[in-house]
Write a protein that binds this ligand. Structure first.
Ligand code: PMV
Length: 350
């Protein structure tokens, strides 16, 4: 924070995450229909610099500038105005200051990485940090719980990016201390799962034909929704046990089934659709064959899109990297190599 209270700067870096048990379906106010669990990434992050400039006079209008990679981004700006509008009662700074966000991503925009998770994570952290500084509060564990709640209101999956390593979000009787309002870190992870990697294979970099918000909404009338929500909650409980015990085989079965279940939900909704591409299937079958031949505990997962996240322990990195680069050179656009990360970071103000 600068010493001048008329002009304050807060900068946070927040990573993206990849869900192993998927959040799919939501109620009003960004309450999830089921619990989810993800791994926080390391190299794929958004950095947000928040500048507060004292307004000439206090007003209830939100005065916002949102720049992405140096350029004003009107579409995202509208989404942020709506988001901040919902927070006005909670944050008096929104009445007192003009808000200027400068946001950059470490990964290409079209990479199919969930940029809303890292973006809303960083926005929530910067905003809450500002509020804490202005009200003289110290950053403590509760800060991160509150930031997770704030991030959730922007994008559900962002709630999990506030914590490093593994995080679970959504209330379920199978998960101790779980909440629909914020994510919680998964503790006591077996060493087998402490150094996992995620190689993201970009098979298509075009905008998705059906957005995630439409996908969530289609779960409202989905014929299999209730069963799916029960299954996901049970699976988060199972996955926490697997992360504790270090069982790779059980991990692979659960994670791959989750990815295919998510896409089955899309294919069986009333307005059915398909986000996988022919090369998505080609890569999946290639991974299965490679695993059979090498016994390397490598598996895949998918977000709501055609790109493939290949998940494996760090000590198999060289073997998996050569396999991916050699086998899929002609079927994919790019590979982004990422790994498990420690979570968000407050940056020096510039
Ligand atoms: O946070 P949203 O609304 O973009 O939804 C994310 C949904 C999935 O990425 C498909 C699953 C998840 O849990 O991250």
């Amino acid at each position: 924070m600068t010493s001048n209270q008329d002009n304050l700067i807060f900068t946070w870096r927040c990573p993206s995450n990849i869900a192993f048990v998927k959040y799919w379906g939501k109620k009003s106010n960004q309450i999830p229909c089921n619990a989810s669990l993800s791994m926080t990434l390391s190299s794929a992050y958004t950095e947000v610099r928040l500048e507060l400039i004292k307004k000439v006079s206090i007003s209830s209008d939100i005065e916002l500038t949102y720049r992405f990679e140096g350029k004003e981004n009107e579409k995202f700006e509208q989404r942020i105005i709506q988001y901040l509008d919902g927070l006005r009662n909670q944050f008096s700074l929104l009445n007192e200051y003009q808000i200027v966000f400068d946001s950059t991503n470490s990964f290409p925009h079209s990479a199919g990485i969930a940029s809303s998770a890292s973006a809303f994570g960083a926005i929530a952290l910067a905003l809450l940090d500002a509020e804490y500084q202005l009200t003289g509060k110290e950053i403590d564990n509760y800060f991160f719980e509150e930031a997770s709640n704030l991030a959730r209101l922007g994008s559900g999956s962002a709630s999990r990016s506030i914590f490093g390593h593994y995080a679970a979000w959504g209330e379920a009787k199978e998960i101790e201390h779980s909440s629909n309002l914020y994510a919680i870190p998964v503790e006591k992870v077996h060493e087998n799962f402490q150094n996992m990697r995620d190689a993201i294979l970009i098979v298509d970099d075009q905008p998705k034909s059906v957005s995630s918000s439409v996908g969530h909404a289609l779960m409202n009338e989905h014929p299999y929704a209730q069963q799916r929500f029960v299954q996901a909650n049970e699976r988060v409980g199972e996955l926490i046990d697997i992360l504790h015990s270090g069982d790779y085989d059980a991990f692979i079965r659960l994670v791959e089934s989750e990815a295919l279940t998510l896409h089955s939900m899309m294919m069986t909704s009333n307005d059915y659709y398909l986000l996988m591409k022919p090369n998505t299937l080609k890569v999946i079958e290639g991974i299965w064959e490679f695993r059979k031949q090498t016994n390397i505990p490598v598996c895949f997962t998918l977000d709501a899109g055609p790109n493939i996240h290949v998940i494996y322990p760090d000590y198999h990195h060289e073997a998996v990297r050569s396999f991916l680069e050699e086998s899929f050179q002609n079927s994919i656009i790019d590979i982004i190599f990422d790994k498990i990360g420690k979570g968000p970071e407050k940056r020096e103000n510039r």
